[in-house]
Design a protein around this ligand. Structure first.
Ligand code: WTA
Length: 659
């Protein structure tokens, strides 16, 4: 029912346009529409020149580059390849030297409340640099060298950012693994990246509970080392944990022994900065590789443009550092831009539904960037907790991770933004490194439901199945014809898969995996993934991964996982499962299988629903007909062509299993 309402509202408000609010536009960096248009046009005419200039304007280079884009080895882009720089130098040292040494870089709030008082830590740029210098030394003393991989499995505490920046400072490559992933997922990623050191914490606080992260690391490493020589453990929850002599070290002890000295190591622009795992259509998660100069240029420039950042802003992006949004728009973009970043460790409903609004009011947050799924959750809680708080410090709002339904957009604008704040709906991906499509908030109308126009220097297109350009409003595949500096360079250890996944659907052109249409004004409307990747609460989940987890259970014979629309999470996972002969179907087993998936992958992949079937619908060639399952999961009925079904009875059986 909810969905119907939403659809009705969407059609009514689809055409609403929101001009930049006057007070916002009056102060915006970019407030002249003609200048913005000219910028877009000149950047489109020569994207390489645009990005060269951005790289010069936004970053400090230890050795200036002379080369711009090198696409001679397509699809492997090189940007600014003969230049040298260091990411932590750009995020810290140059601000310390340039007048921001005493400006807050990070303001962090922990989840627990002691009485009514939360723990708050502020690190100025000077203090953050000192911590990063020490941490860099600790890593070096533990044998980490340029190019070595370091896995980071942390709660959202300042040490997570310190660890990332310390790796960058010495040219080590980090791979941050979201703290919600299971031991199995962690082990896979540690092994695939070839990490030699793991940085973790005893635990972190979430919904009033201590998440015991170190236990998960111990389970992941098991008795073998998997190439990991050392584990650094930050003390956060102070719960008892096991420390393995020789392998495990307390972060605070090593930090105390280190000195806040040491220069950043300049590396070539194409030196790897990080590997971040994300789900794909097939097989295991892929390690997306991002490098140094192009990536930092892209995230710094787009951060400033899209968030119209000023020195007096307090910017809060609610993403965890375990995701790309946390890399690009919690740590690297904002710090390279010299902004003040707010971080919150815990859950929005702890101790009650006031927490986020209380945070905004107490800290005077001015920019708030979150996911549509969070907004829909807040909507479902009602307006009372929000209206109790003074949110007038907010001047700009953003969303990321999934399409935002217009009803949620308008609610965000009115209820949270008080009608004063533009909303930047930002479309991008782990693979794109940074934002590609989003409004420039001071000069552009926002339209609920669309991320609007590409940023300057970005050239997306909508194409048909054979790569032919589509006319306005015709749906098609979203592709990028021209390379951009933040684009992924490869899949770690699997270059063939990189080419195959992104550059073969339309030969030689980057395919995003998303379907979209462009309207007559040029706005891009993202319609969602066209592959077997699902988006649950803004998190990408590969159906294959969940299926593999299910069939690893001894009682499961076959499994197929599809998405169905969900009013809060966007999509929800529905698993169709056949059991081994003689196994009885019952709700306890369904629950056990949901739990099994959470244990194998992490709670974020737990299916909303497990349905048992006698058999799965297959084509004559044995392929599972996911379309039918999707329809069944979503609408409860199946329409369209079923003539290739091998066994019509199966379909009936599935329908019946709904009751
Ligand atoms: C989806 C997150 C519509 C899209 C930064 C994309 C969006 C996938 C939006 C990437 C948006 C992200 N509107 N859809 N504003 N932002 N998506 O890698 O399907 O976790 O391909 O990166 O999320 O998810 P990822």
């Amino acid at each position: 029912m909810k969905h119907n309402n939403d659809t009705i509202t969407s059609t009514l408000i689809e055409d609403r346009r929101f001009a930049p609010p006057k007070a916002f536009a009056a102060r915006a960096h970019l407030r002249d529409p003609a200048a913005a248009k000219a910028l877009r046009e000149s950047a489109a005419a020569d994207p390489e020149a645009y990005w060269r200039q951005a790289a010069r304007e936004e970053l400090r280079w230890s050795k200036p580059f002379t080369q711009g884009l090198d696409w001679s080895n397509a699809p492997h882009a090189k940007w600014f390849a003969d230049g040298e720089l260091n990411v932590s130098d750009n995020c810290l040292d140059r601000h310390c030297e340039g007048g921001r040494v005493h400006k807050a870089a990070l303001i962090w709030e922990g989840e627990p409340l002691d009485g009514n008082e939360p723990e708050v830590r502020t690190l100025t740029y000077g203090q953050l640099r000192a911590q990063v210098q020490k941490a860099a030394q600790v890593l070096q003393r533990l044998g980490v060298q340029v190019g070595d991989r370091v896995a980071i499995y942390m709660p959202l505490i300042p040490e997570a950012a310190i660890a990332m920046l310390a790796c960058a400072r010495i040219g080590a490559v980090h791979s941050v693994i979201f703290g919600g992933f299971s031991a199995e997922s962690l082990r896979d990623r540690i092994q695939d990246a070839g990490a030699k050191l793991v940085i973790t914490a005893d635990g972190g606080w979430r919904r009033g509970q201590a998440l015991r992260l170190k236990d998960v690391v111990d389970e992941a490493l098991g008795h073998g080392t998997h190439g990991v020589q050392n584990v650094l453990v930050v003390q956060r929850t102070r719960e008892d944990i096991a420390m393995q002599p020789g392998r495990d070290h307390w972060w605070h002890e090593h930090m105390e022994a280190a000195k806040a000295v040491g220069k950043p190591v300049a590396v070539p622009a194409e030196h790897p900065l990080f590997i971040l795992y994300t789900s794909g259509t097939t097989g295991k998660p892929k390690g997306i590789l991002h490098t140094t100069g192009g990536y930092l240029t892209h995230v710094t420039r787009t951060f400033k443009q899209v968030f119209d950042i000023r020195d007096d802003d307090l910017y809060w992006c609610t993403a965890d550092v375990g995701w790309i949004t946390g890399h690009s728009y919690v740590v690297y973009g904002p710090l390279a831009a010299g902004a003040t970043v707010f971080l919150y460790e815990g859950a929005p409903a702890f101790p009650d539904k006031n927490r986020f609004w209380d945070i905004i009011e107490r800290h005077r947050i001015s920019i708030f960037y979150t996911a549509p799924t969070a907004l829909r959750t807040f909507m479902s809680w009602g307006e009372a907790p929000i209206l109790k708080h003074d949110l007038t410090s907010l001047r700009l709002l953003g969303t990321v991770g999934e399409p935002i339904n217009p009803a949620a957009w308008v609610w965000y604008h009115e209820v949270i933004g008080g009608g004063r704040c533009p909303i930047v709906d930002t479309w991008w991906q782990t693979e794109t490194g940074g934002i590609l499509i989003a409004p420039l908030p001071g000069v552009q109308e926002c339209v609920p439901g669309t991320a609007t126009l590409p940023l300057p220097g970005v050239l997306p297109e909508i194409v048909g199945p054979d790569g032919e350009a589509q006319p306005a409003n015709a749906g098609g595949l979203l592709v990028l014809k021209h390379p951009w500096p933040g684009m992924a360079r490869t899949i770690w250890g699997d270059d063939e898969r990189f080419k195959e996944t992104y550059f073969s659907r339309v030969p030689g052109i980057y395919f995003t995996g998303d379907g979209a249409r462009r309207d007559a004004d040029g706005n891009f409307w993202i319609m969602g993934r066209v592959d077997d990747v699902l988006n649950v609460s803004g998190h990408r989940i590969g159906t294959m991964e969940v299926e593999s987890a299910l069939v690893s259970h001894p009682l499961v014979a076959e499994a197929a996982v599809v998405g169905r629309p969900d009013a809060v999470t966007g999509q929800a996972l529905v698993a169709f499962v056949t059991l081994t002969a003689g196994t009885a179907q019952n709700p306890e087993l369904a629950e056990a299988l949901r739990h099994h998936v959470a244990h194998e992958i992490g709670a974020l992949a737990r299916p909303a629903e497990v349905r048992f079937a006698a058999a799965l619908p297959k084509t004559r060639s044995g392929k599972i007909m996911r379309r039918l399952l999707r329809e069944l999961a979503g609408q409860g009925t199946v329409s369209g062509d079923t003539s290739t079904l091998e066994d019509f009875g199966v379909l009936e059986a599935l329908r019946a299993s709904e009751d």
